[in-house]
Design a binder for this molecule. Structure first.
Ligand SMILES: Cc1ncc(COP(=O)(O)O)c(C=O)c1O
Length: 402
């Protein structure tokens, strides 16, 4: 059962505010749902750590997910090296870098026996990876990223994100051939992230006019993405490049990506804690598991309450949906001229709201799953309505990767 405001007031009594809370029961149910969506597909699940950023939660997700949940998709090489030290294995860095220090850290993890993967979409990436591999005396695995955004009219229409310049299977083949000429690196995998399917809401109350566009774009794009990914894998196989993994997907595309025969694994991050942006997808079934609580610190006028802090606005295009969602008590709304403030966030109470006393916690959900962890040094862990533990976020462990 989802915690009510009364539940939050009880469990947070005596806690310092602001506080971040993770409902482990809800987290477990989200893991079970996502595992259920993959059941029978034969695909494995790689946990997207950027949407968690908390070692304790990453461990719990992998453990509960069982044998199909294997490995982490990290967001920097240094983060993956850190996770290797924490005992994790099979660490794929999903975003490329040419920074020697970062790649050296990753190569050290490989030399210590961990399976690691570095992203590449250009010769410069491969050369940097190869150099780090040679210096550490290992051959590093590179993963080529194929762009699968929706493109027409020679690139004049580009719907999706701008990531890799590799858009044709032939370009991936060229990259694989280039890797074969560089010591210290080999092309071992392919990743194609269909952000315009997995990451674009299609039932958003914030931009209702875009919902139909988003649904149409997804319907048209899903077969296109599948064809392109399959063509790249087939071409590489024909030319003798055996891939150890073919990665795709995100929380918003688990079913469609897992249905592709050539895909070996699907990444999911946000769906585990279910930040509020993921409420606005038709294909997603997850429940809120992460929250933060601010202190109700003053009342400026009848019908209003002001919270201490709260400006934890998510990255990406600026819009109202990037603000935290006031969650409990239900019906609280932002003031259009203030939004979520740096040090104070005034909210308007709905008619019939329960009285909020000074010192009470007001509960919010972050728009993005991982970014909450950058604002707190620890998460309070809750089971059956009680705080059963507190464990550090990356920040709490002194780590700030991006
Ligand atoms: C490469 C890649 N894969 C998968 C994802 C999906 O992550 P999530 O499940 O948190 O939406 C992302 C998110 O940006 C990504 O960049």
């Amino acid at each position: 059962m989802a915690p009510t405001w009364t539940d939050f007031r009880t469990l947070l009594a005596g806690e310092r505010l602001p506080a971040a809370v993770v409902d482990l029961d809800a987290l477990d149910r989200n893991v079970d749902r996502i595992r259920g969506a993959l059941e029978g597909t034969g695909k494995r699940l790689r946990v997207g750590s950027k949407s968690v950023r908390h070692v304790g939660l990453l461990r719990r997700i992998l453990e509960r997910g069982g044998p199909a949940f294997r490995g982490i998709m990290g967001f920097t090489a240094e983060e993956c090296a850190f996770l290797a030290n924490e005992g994790f294995d099979d660490l794929l860095v999903a975003y490329p870098t040419v920074q020697p220090l970062a790649l050296e850290a990753l190569a050290r993890a490989a030399a210590a026996g961990r399976t690691v993967w570095a992203m590449a979409d250009s010769l410069a990436h491969l050369e940097a990876i190869g150099q780090a591999g040679r210096a550490a005396g290992v051959e590093l695995r590179a993963v080529a990223e194929l762009d699968v955004s929706y493109r027409r009219a020679g690139g004049h229409v580009h719907l999706g994100v701008r990531r890799s310049p590799l858009r044709e299977p032939g370009q991936v083949l060229e990259l694989a051939r280039a890797a074969a000429r560089i010591d210290g690196v080999r092309l071992a995998g392919l990743m194609a992230y269909e952000a315009h399917i997995a990451g674009f809401p299609d039932k958003s109350p914030f931009s209702p006019a875009m919902n139909r566009v988003s649904r149409t774009l997804k319907r048209i794009s899903i077969p296109d993405v599948a064809r392109l990914r399959a063509a790249a894998v087939e071409l590489l196989a024909r030319e003798g490049f055996a891939l150890e993994l073919v990665n795709g997907g995100g929380t918003g595309s688990v079913q469609s990506t897992a249905a592709e025969a050539c895909v070996t694994e699907v990444t999911v991050g946000s769906g585990f804690v279910c930040s509020h942006i993921f409420d606005y997808f038709e294909s997603i079934d997850c429940e809120p598991a992460a929250f933060f609580a601010l202190e109700a610190c003053r009342v400026s006028d009848p019908g209003f309450v002001t919270c201490h802090g709260g400006g934890y606005v998510a990255s990406g295009t600026p819009s109202w949906e990037k603000l935290p969602l006031p969650w409990l008590p239900a019906g609280l709304t932002y003031l259009p001229n203030e939004g979520a403030g740096e040090v104070q966030t005034p909210l308007k109470l709905p008619a019939g709201a329960p009285p909020i006393h000074l010192g009470d916690p007001v509960i919010f959900r972050h728009a993005k799953a991982g970014e909450l962890a950058e604002r707190f040094t620890e998460y309070l862990l809750v089971r059956e309505g009680r705080v059963v533990g507190r464990e550090p976020t990356y920040r709490g462990q002194g780590q700030c990767f991006l």
